[in-house]
Design a protein. Structure first.
Length: 202
């Protein structure tokens, strides 16, 4: 019997309501004119935490449905869990701008929703929590250098990259280290980042 230990589950969802999406883009185009802050961003713009009303009037239902589906892939009582958006903010990256490696402590999950994604504007990169230990394995090094030898899914990679797409939502455990690669695009890349906590039923 073969058992895979310690998998990491990431959810990927697409918002097909273009009118709601465009409404949110227009709102964020105004927000980026305000004063920002510097946290994980090198260059570009990061807003302070934004009011919940903006999400409630736009993609709130989409996020709730998506996160509920994501939780349903792991637990059977997902419809009884209270999904709480603790905070969220706007990120805008121009040419050469990026976000350094970080996690989101004290919450359960994090999300990224993509508003504008010109080509080559920077993939999001997730890092395997065991990447340093894996680097010491001669066997994994051998397999990594001989990809045709890999059978089915074998956890050789120490990272996973996802290219951004407008209207896409990514949900992932908040403890997973991640970063955004430098943008090579002339036009700006715009996204919203969310911190989410799950409240179990009473």
């Amino acid at each position: 019997m073969i058992i895979d230990f310690f998998p990491t589950r990431v959810g990927k969802y697409e918002n097909t309501d273009l009118s709601i999406h465009q409404k949110l883009v227009s709102i964020c185009d105004e927000i980026k004119k305000e004063e920002g802050r510097c946290v994980s961003n090198f260059g570009g713009f990061q807003s302070f935490d934004l009011p919940y009303d903006i999400i409630k009037e736009t993609i709130g239902e989409f996020i709730g449905t998506s996160v509920c589906d994501y939780l349903g892939s792991m637990v059977s009582n997902n419809h009884l869990l209270d999904i709480v958006i603790q905070n969220y903010w706007l990120n805008v990256n121009g040419y050469g701008h990026y976000n350094s490696r970080h996690t989101h402590p004290f919450v359960d999950f994090s999300c990224v929703y993509y508003l504008k994604t010109p080509k080559d504007s920077g993939a999001i990169r997730f890092i395997d929590p065991n990447h340093e230990l894996k680097g010491r394995s001669r066997f994994l090094s051998y397999v990594g250098n001989n990809p045709t030898a890999i059978k089915d899914f074998f956890p050789v990679a120490v990272d996973y990259k996802e290219e951004p797409k407008e209207g896409m939502l990514i949900v992932f455990p908040a403890y997973i280290e991640h970063e955004v690669e430098p943008s090579k695009a002339k036009d700006e890349r715009m996204s919203l980042a969310f911190n989410i906590s799950i409240k179990p039923p009473d």
